[in-house]
Design a protein around this ligand. Structure first.
Ligand code: MV4
Length: 506
C-alpha cells in the first residue's frame, strides 16, 4: 500500500478519501484554495498545501501544480475524487509520466470512454446493447435526416465529446433537423472545443439505472449491482437508491454482465460506472461509462458491504480483487439524498452564507458524508452539494421511513437547503411505490416546491413552535390519554427542533 496519497479535491469527497486512507494506514496530503483554508478536509488531512485563489481554474484544476505538490510532499499517488480533474485523460497521463500513481483507470480507458462515439463503437463490438443511432459524427443535415428516418423520429442529437447531458437536442421531425444540428454543433464547439455531433433514437420516459464495476490490474472484473438514479433535475441527481425497484435478480445479472463486458472492452481498471437507460419493457441500453468514483457510491457500499474507495486505493496499489461475483447480492435497501445549498422555493437558486447551526442525524442505519460544519462559509465558487445523507434498512419501505426520520433530525441554519424538498419528495406516492422515470421529477416540481412560506410566516411558525416547545418541557407528560399531544409533537419538525433547542440551553 502507498505510504502517502494526495487528494486532488475538496468537500465531502476529499473527507471520504481521507477516511479511507486513514483506515488503510496511509498518510494524506490535502490541497486547498484560499477559500477553503478553514475547510474540514484541510484539517483532517495529515498535511495541506494551498494551491491558489478560490476559482477552481486557478486552484483545484491546476493539474501540473498538484503533481508538483505531490512530488514535494512525497506522495506516491493522487486520488482525484469526482469532478475537477477526475476524468481528464491528460491529467491521468501526466500523473503517470511524473512517476506517480493515478487512483483511477488508465488514461487510455478515460479517453476511450470520453468520446461517446468511440465508446459506442467499442462496446458494440463487445456485444453491448446501445440505443439505435450512429457511431460517427454527422456530416450534414441530409445525411442526418436519412439516418433519423431509418429508425424514426423523435431523435436525440448528442455531442460526441459531451456526456452528462450537455449539448443534447431532441428533434421531432425532419423539418427541424437542420437548424437543431447547426445549433448543437455550435454548442458542442463552445462547450468542448469539438463540434462533432451524432444521433440516437430518443427513448421517452426511461429510467436511469447505472451499474458499479470494479476491475483490478490482473484481469478480474466484477460488478456490484445497480443504482436507480432517475430522480434528477437538469442532469443533477437529487436522490439515488440501491437496488433499483425496477431491477429483478435476473435483470441485475444481465445488466451486470453487460457492464463488465463494456469495462473489459475498454481495458478498464479501478472503479467505474456504466450508465444505462432502462425502458418500460425492461430493455436496457448502454449510454456511457463514468470513469471515476461517483457521488452516489455509498448506496452501493451499504447494500454490498464493501468500501469502494478503499478498493480504489488497493487496486491502484496493485492488489487483486479477492471476491467472487456471487458474493455481490444486495442486502436490504439504501437511499441517498444530496443535501445542497439551493432554495427549492426559488427555482433552486444557490444560497450562500455561513452555517450558523448544524445538527446531524445519527442512529441506526444512518450515514452522513459531509463537507461542512458549523461556521463553514458557503460561497459560489464550488458545487452547492453540502453533504450526502445516506440510510440503509432491511427493505425499501423501511429505508424511506428511516430517511424521513433522519431528514427530520437534520438541522442546517444559515443557508437555504434542499432538506424540505427531500422530505416532500419522499412523501410522494410515486416515489414510495418506485413508479418513477427520468422525466418524473421535472414534471412534478410544482407539487414538490409549491407551498413556500414567506419570511413572516416562517417567523410566526418559529415563535409558535418555540411556545409549544416551552409547554412541552413544563408539562410533565403524564400517563394515559396524552397520545394526541405526543403524536402532534412528533410529527411537527418545527416543534421538535424548538423543543430540542429550548432544552439545550439549560
Ligand atoms: C438519452 C435519453 C433518451 N434517449 N439518450 C442524459 C445524460 C446523458 N448521459 C444521456 N442522457 C440521456 N440520453 C437517448 N437516446 C435521455 C437522456 C436523459 C437522461 C438520462 C439519464 C438521466 C437523466 C436524463 C435526463 C434527461 C435526458
Amino acid at each position: 500500500m502507498f505510504g502517502k496519497v494526495l487528494i486532488a479535491n475538496r468537500g465531502e469527497i476529499a473527507l471520504r478519501v481521507i477516511r479511507a486512507c486513514q483506515e488503510l494506514g496511509v498518510r494524506t496530503v490535502a490541497v486547498y484554495s484560499e477559500a477553503d483554508a478553514r475547510a474540514p478536509h484541510v484539517r483532517e488531512a495529515d498535511e495541506a498545501v494551498c494551491v491558489g485563489p478560490p476559482p477552481s481554474a486557478q486552484s483545484y484544476l491546476l493539474g501540473d501544480r498538484l503533481i508538483e505538490v505531490a512530488k514535494q510532499t512525497g506522495a506516491e499517488a493522487i486520488h482525484p475524487g469526482y469532478g475537477f480533474l477526475s476524468e481528464r485523460a491528460w491529467f491521468a497521463r501526466a500523473v503517470r509520466d511524473a512517476g506517480l500513481v493515478f487512483v483511477g483507470p488508465p488514461a487510455e480507458a478515460i479517453e476511450a470512454m470520453g468520446s461517446k462515439t468511440a465508446a459506442r463503437q467499442l462496446v458494440i463490438a463487445a456485444g453491448v446493447p446501445v440505443v439505435p443511432g450512429t457511431t460517427e459524427a454527422l456530416r450534414d443535415a441530409d445525411g442526418a435526416i436519412a439516418i433519423a428516418e431509418s429508425f424514426g423520429f423523435p431523435v436525440l442529437l448528442k455531442a460526441a465529446a459531451g456526456g452528462g447531458g450537455k449539448g443534447m437536442r431532441v428533434v421531432h421531425s425532419a423539418a427541424e433537423l437542420a437548424s437543431a444540428l447547426a445549433s448543437a454543433q455550435r454548442e458542442a464547439k463552445n462547450a468542448f472545443g469539438d463540434d462533432a455531433v451524432y444521433v440516437e433514437k430518443y427513448i421517452s420516459g426511461p429510467r436511469h439505472v447505472e451499474v458499479q464495476v470494479l476491475a483490478d490490474m490482473h484481469g478480474n472484473v466484477l460488478h456490484l449491482g445497480e443504482r436507480e438514479c432517475s430522480l434528477q433535475r437538469r442532469h443533477q441527481k437529487m436522490l439515488e437508491e440501491a437496488p433499483s425497484p425496477a431491477v429483478s435478480p435476473a435483470l441485475r445479472a444481465r445488466m451486470g454482465e453487460t457492464a463488465t463486458a463494456a469495462a473489459r472492452a475498454a481495458g478498464y481498471v479501478n472503479a467505474g460506472t456504466c450508465e444505462f437507460l432502462l425502458d418500460r419493457d425492461g430493455q436496457f441500453y448502454f449510454l456511457e461509462m463514468n470513469t471515476r468514483i461517483q457521488v452516489e457510491h455509498p448506496v452501493t457500499e451499504l447494500v454490498m458491504g464493501i468500501d469502494l474507495v478503499q478498493w480504489q486505493l488497493r487496486i491502484a496499489a496493485g492488489e487483486r480483487l479477492p471476491f467472487e461475483q456471487k458474493a455481490f447480492t444486495p442486502r436490504g435497501a439504501a437511499i441517498e439524498c444530496r443535501i445542497t445549498s439551493e432554495d427549492p422555493a426559488n427555482g433552486f437558486l444557490p444560497s450562500t452564507g455561513r452555517i450558523t447551526h448544524l445538527h446531524l442525524p445519527s442512529g441506526p442505519g444512518v450515514r452522513w458524508d459531509g463537507g461542512i460544519e458549523a461556521g463553514s462559509e458557503v460561497g459560489l465558487h464550488y458545487d452547492p452539494m453540502l453533504a450526502k445523507l445516506i440510510v440503509h434498512a432491511p427493505t425499501r419501505a423501511l429505508a424511506i421511513t428511516r430517511m424521513q426520520r433522519a431528514l427530520r433530525e437534520l438541522v442546517i441554519e444559515g443557508v437555504e437547503t434542499s432538506r424540505g424538498f427531500h422530505l416532500r419528495l419522499l412523501e410522494h406516492p410515486d416515489v414510495q411505490s418506485g413508479n418513477i422515470n427520468i422525466q418524473w421529477l421535472e414534471s412534478h416540481l410544482d407539487e414538490l416546491t409549491g407551498l413556500s412560506a414567506n419570511d413572516e410566516t416562517i417567523q410566526l411558525a418559529a415563535i409558535v413552535a418555540a411556545l409549544a416547545a416551552q409547554q412541552d418541557r413544563e408539562v410533565r407528560i403524564p400517563t394515559g390519554n396524552d397520545d394526541e399531544l405526543n403524536d402532534a409533537s412528533e410529527r411537527s419538525g418545527w416543534r421538535a427542533v424548538a423543543r430540542r433547542e429550548s432544552l439545550r440551553r439549560e
